[in-house]
Each structure stands twice: as C-alpha cells, then as structure tokens.
Design a protein around this ligand. Structure first.
Ligand SMILES: Nc1nc2c(ncn2[C@@H]2O[C@H](COP(=O)(O)OP(=O)(O)OP(=O)(O)O)[C@@H](O)[C@H]2O)c(=O)[nH]1
Ligand SMILES: [Mg+2]
Ligand SMILES: [Zn+2]
Length: 288
C-alpha cells in the first residue's frame, strides 16, 4: 500500500492513503540506517492484524527541507509579518537560500498588511521584485485570491518566525480547519510557538503544510548556481575580477559596483554579506 505522511508526532506517523488515515510506526531498521520519515514523504506500508501499520520504505523524494523537516514540497511560502513581530528580513533571505538549495521555489508573503507602514511595503516590493510574492492580510482577507493562485496545483509549505500568521493564513484559506492561533508575548514581542508539528492539508489541487515557527537557520552550501538563483538581481552585474568572487571583500567586484550605482537594494546586499560571511567562516572551519 502507498500513502503520504501528513503528520508525525512522538514516533507515530499519520499516513493518508486513498480515503483512509492510517496510524503507522516506522520500520525499526530506519533508525539504524539514520533515516527519518518526514511529513510529505510518499511511503509504502503494510498493515498487521494487530497493532500499528508499518512504514516499510520511503519513496524517492523530489525535494527535502531540513528546517522545517518536510519532503516533496514545490514551493516554500516564506511569511513575513509587516508588524508585531517586525519583519525578519534576514531570516527571509536565509529561507530563500534554503529553499533553493532544497530545489524548492521560494514565494514571499507579507502578512498583516492591515498594519503595514509604507516603508515596510516599499522594502518588500523592491527587495523581492524578482520573486513570486503577495501582500496579504489573514485578518481582513486582503490578497487571499492572489495567494490561492500562487498555491494552486503545488505542494506548498509555510515557513517563517513564530506569530507571523502562518496558521491564520491557513485558516483564512480553509476556514473549515479552524486551527488554534497564538498571540504575541507582550514581554518579549515574540511568538509563543503555537503550532507544534508540521502538518499537511490537501487543497487547491495541491497541498498546504503548516509548520512551527522558528528563527534560526544556517545554509550548508553556497555554490555559484545557488547564489545566482537566490540572488537573481546579481545577474545584472558586470563580471567580477575573480571568477570565484563571493562579492564580499574581493576587489573589482561587479556586484559591489552595482550597489555603488544604486542598482541593488542596500538591505538585500547587507544581509547577503552576513549570510556569505557566515558561510565562508563555516567552510573554513568545517574540518577543525
Ligand atoms: N493584524 C493582524 N494580525 C494577524 C494577521 N494574521 C495573524 N494575525 C495575528 O498574529 C498572531 C499569530 O498568528 P498565528 O497564525 O498563530 O501565527 P503563526 O505564524 O502560525 O505562529 P506559530 O504557530 O507560533 O509559528 C495571532 O494573534 C493572529 O491573530 C493579520 O493579517 N493581521
Ligand atoms: Mg502556527
Ligand atoms: Zn564579485
């Protein structure tokens, strides 16, 4: 039998197969082999006369994300909150890099448009002009039709810090779900991590995955093609002096020239520098 893992909690996997939802455990050998089934995985399973069904194999994945751990996603819906919490642009840029390295198309979503000021809106439109995107409000329903169009026919996963409104957007798109949403902690202005597990909801001829909010991620690799896809605006640059230029400290860098001509977003470039320097540091120390 074949099915899709829609949720995994405490060693149990809930697998949707046809019209059924089957509670499974993973084959014992997975652990020894260091394999972990994740939400979105297509699996084969066997049922037993007593006890839980067993996941026997994980079918080849067409994509894999590490954080959140989800498989077979086509699009990563990176949600930023216009306000409360303030948009975490650096996390968004890191998630773009992560999506691209996992072979997933990034889509930028600015939620809480009802509370957005002009500055945030302008930054969102310029910094992400080359990516598919939408400005929405889960609260007031703004932009939901555009969001639906971005989702239609794709398996999409929400990602972004706690309290940006990922679950609220899911509720706005699929009101029958009526999932619990959280508040902001008044003391820390941080989310409360209301969603605890990734879960997949089939809809719009594709699926939506809700995930817990999180705030840290470090990309593992940073090769040239990844860089070009995560920073398509760099493609406008003249060739750099060094072919392996990381556009950070090297002389005669086309990207820095683009910046000095005002043709590149200062914010995007500054955040790029942080991500690239981090990566260069980790590459240097990976065998320490
Ligand atoms: N003003 C406004 N508030 C919103 C909007 N969308 C969500 N919120 C509020 O933001 C808070 C957090 O919403 P959630 O949907 O729980 O956020 P989340 O991203 O799922 O958070 P985690 O599950 O913790 O990762 C709630 O108090 C929502 O009511 C919006 O469009 N406008
Ligand atoms: Mg949530
Ligand atoms: Zn360069």
């Amino acid at each position: 039998m074949e099915g899709t893992i829609i949720k995994g909690v405490g060693g149990f996997y809930y697998v949707s197969a046809g019209e059924e939802l089957i509670t499974c455990k993973a084959r014992g050998a997975f652990r020894k082999e260091g394999i972990t089934p994740v939400v979105g995985d297509r699996v084969t399973l066997t049922r037993h006369n007593s006890g839980y069904a067993q996941i026997d194999t994980i079918l080849p994945r067409r994509s894999l994300l590490v954080r959140p751990a989800v498989a077979n996603i086509d699009r990563l819906l990176i949600v930023l909150s216009a306000r409360y919490p303030e948009p975490d642009w650096l996390l968004a840029d890191k998630l773009i890099v992560q999506a691209i390295s996992g072979n997933i198309e990034p889509v930028l979503i600015l939620n809480k448009a009802d509370e957005a000021d002009e500055k945030v809106l302008a930054a969102f439109w310029t910094d992400y002009s080359r990516f598919p995107k939408a400005v929405v409000s889960a609260k007031e329903g703004q932009g939901l039709e555009e969001l639906k169009e971005l989702i239609y026919g794709h398996v999409c996963c929400f990602a972004g810090q706690s309290a940006v409104g990922k679950t609220s957007l899911l509720n706005a798109l699929l009101p029958e779900l009526d999932l619990p949403v959280g508040e902001l902690s008044r003391k820390t202005d941080r989310g409360k991590h209301t969603t605890r597990h990734a879960q997949l909801w089939p809809c719009f001829l594709g699926a939506l995955l809700d995930t817990p909010g999180f705030s840290l991620y470090e990309p593992e690799s940073f090769d040239k093609t990844l860089l070009q896809r995560a920073y398509p605006e760099f493609l406008e640059a003249e060739p750099c002096r060094f072919p392996g230029c990381m556009h950070v400290k090297e002389p005669d860098c086309g990207v820095k020239k683009l910046l000095s001509l005002g043709k590149l977003s200062q914010g995007r470039y500054e955040r790029y520098q942080l991500i690239a320097q981090d990566f260069i540091y980790r590459r240097k120390h990976q065998y320490d």
